[in-house]
Design a protein around this ligand. Sequence first.
Ligand code: F0G
Length: 452
Amino acid sequence: MSESAAKTENSTAQLRCIGCGQIALPDRFRCEHCRDLLEIIFPSWEDRGPGGLSSVALKRLWRDRRASLDPADQSGVWRFREILPEIAKEQIITIREGNTPLYELPHCAASAGVGQLYAKHQGMNPTGSFKDTGMTVAASFARQAGYKWVACASTGNTSASMAAYAARGGLHSLVLIPDGKISWSKLSQSLDYGAITCQLKTDFDGCVRVLNEVVQRMPVYLLNSVNPYRVEGQKTAAFELLEHFGWEPPDHIIVPGGNLANSSAIGKALREMKQLGFISRLPKISVIQAEGANPLIRTIRETGGEKLVPVHADTMATAIRIGNPASWKKALRVIRESEGTVEQVSEIEIALAKAEIGAEGIGCEPASAVTLAGLKKLVMQGFVKPNESVVLVLTGHVLKDSEYTLKFHRGDLFAETPFEKESHALKSQQRAPLSLEPNVEAVIELLRSAEK
Ligand code: F0G
């Protein structure tokens, strides 16, 4: 089928409540009947597949688009547009997000005790985090729906991404962030991209509470991850990953958990891929949280997944410093249907894992490193077998939190914290900058001792 025919046959998306199944209006976030979250469904896929195409034809079309110069085709999100809600081409706001690399991590594999370990590096997106893949879809929808303002509460990456897409799309943006609890690099991005940026004297969960009221009273479109269009865009990372593997699923995918939308998106993508015949089995999807921000782990262990157990969150991995995750039910469903699991990791384990990923020449931000730290535990528990293939989803770029990295290498990340004593075990990973006289002999002397 020709490209233009595929476009006209594009399926119509609907918003459906994940709790009671009621259909909702396209710009809502919660069900009017039971207040549960909404998800996007594509009823027409049942009859004729996305864009009226078979899985074989879609795989070829998506790969061929990589050679195209059309901005939508160059985007690693919009080249999969048949599995996304339809947006008019002239409304698409893209900064060529997606198409992120898959790296092998041989040293981390050895450290974790598995044979094949890969990182799907979503930090290689234009604003340095996975948020761009969802933001391109939700911001484009906002523009198409006629909104002039978009807003989010954020631990820093959503706000950086939203500010960039709003600027590119001619929208105004409002950011609410917890005062002093996000990295400077992320804050600087939203300033530079022109958002109205407010630091509130509360945590992320407090920012969400304020913003939810604001959007009810003002014509502002909410771009937090409860936004179902963001979840749709974030699905494409999983499509890309499976494309990389020749549509043969890895055994495990490991994702960091904060507000729990990304694990939900990756799981939704894989569920759809199985329904559409792209793959015949699901990889196990496991979610890792920081010990100090572990509401999902507590929800599962203390209530069997029946009722959310919110926590007062605290972790140096500020991106996932979230105690009351909105998408917990969606994530729980993904973990259950893929037979994955959850685990929590300590601050020391996160710091060590981050240094190990950095030492592979890749790097990531602390929140992403929970995946490797969690994998080590899952291997020790026998949940991940040494001969299984594992993909870590690295969500943010190493430059997103250089203050953390510098403090780690200088040896003062854990100074005056309860982890100070335990942190001595990290010494062998630390490479503080050396101060030398501007003297050739001194540098050569250093090289000689380093060679030994
Ligand atoms: N990793 C990074 C780097 C993040 O920024 C986030 C979330 C997560 C993981 C967790 O993803 O919420 O989908 O489970 N950051 C949000 C923000 C909350 O505001 O930037 P999740």
